[in-house]
Design a protein around this ligand. Structure first.
Ligand SMILES: Nc1ncnc2c1ncn2[C@@H]1O[C@H](COP(=O)(O)OP(=O)(O)OP(=O)(O)O)[C@@H](O)[C@H]1O
Length: 255
């Protein structure tokens, strides 16, 4: 019998942005940003307000065009034309607003705009079953897929939005501040969910955050974005919250 001691090796590089720059009028939002993520890897993208995190997400998701630099998916350079184009290539984002409809049950949120139909009719039973299966597969515990989303906790809502994104054949999942406004218990549930996504091995996760201590445990690697530049790229096992905070504080001391 073999004893497994090491975590699985991360897989192939699925997304790479290379020397991306973006300006808005006089403001340089991103300067020469290079970043990559592999399947089975959780990359923490950390940075203070205004560091450029949203701009980078919007470029990777096809919303903004970079001024210079290139984007590679599976090693091939791609000019992302739109959000729909990026999604068709498996780049999915869960934004802070989650884009859930409170008045609809969990399973209809799960199939939002992609409802299963038979002629003019919605296939409620099939959607319920598939939503329950998909949520179960990634270990999300919801009392009933028939429950209205507004009756659920913040953690459960976040989990549904993540499950929905994963279920669309996502290969790169960007999570924009998934722990914001969440208590310790709920935040813990989301971190465990992210950990389970890693063990699937076929998904690359980019976790965007400005609260470093919450994400350090779950990330394999950390990138620090400061004033539009990646200033730090290291496995999380080789750094600490204290070191990252020191870097950020040093920025303010020299500012
Ligand atoms: N559409 C825009 N027009 C002009 N300036 C912009 C635009 N979008 C972003 N910026 C500027 O680019 C810089 C980076 O902003 P960005 O929103 O990417 O940072 P962020 O790290 O996501 O911050 P936060 O955590 O506060 O959302 C900021 O100086 C911001 O004011």
């Amino acid at each position: 019998m073999t004893e497994q001691t090491d975590p699985p090796e991360p897989g192939t590089e699925v997304l790479r942005v290379e020397r991306i720059s973006k300006r808005f009028g006089p403001v340089t939002a991103l300067r020469d940003v290079t970043l990559s993520v592999r399947t089975g890897e959780v990359l923490g993208l950390l940075g203070d307000n205004g560091a450029g995190k949203s701009t980078l997400i919007k470029i990777v998701t096809g919303f903004h065009r970079p001024d210079s630099g290139r984007i590679l998916i599976d090693g091939r350079e791609i000019a992302l034309r739109s959000v729909a184009h990026a999604r068709s290539l498996g780049i999915e984002t869960v934004y802070q607003d989650l884009a859930l409809v409170d008045e609809l049950p969990v399973y209809l949120n799960f199939f939002l705009n992609k409802e299963l139909t038979a002629g003019p009719f919605l296939r409620h039973t099939a959607m319920r079953r598939r939503a329950a299966e998909a949520l179960g597969e990634i270990g999300i515990d919801i009392p009933s897929v028939g429950a209205e989303v507004r009756t659920l906790s913040g953690g459960q809502r976040q989990a549904i939005a993540v499950a929905r994104a994963v279920n669309t054949a996502a290969r790169v999942l960007l999570l924009d501040e998934p722990l914001a406004a969440m208590g310790a218990r709920e935040g813990g549930q989301i971190l465990r969910l992210i950990d389970r996504l890693r063990t699937r091995g076929d998904l690359a996760v980019i976790l965007i955050a400005h609260n470093y201590s919450q994400v350090m445990d779950v990330c394999d690697r950390v990138n620090l974005l400061q004033h539009g530049e990646i200033t730090f790229d290291r496995p999380s096992a080789e750094t600490s919250v204290a070191e990252l905070l020191e870097l950020v504080h040093a920025e303010y001391r020299t500012a």
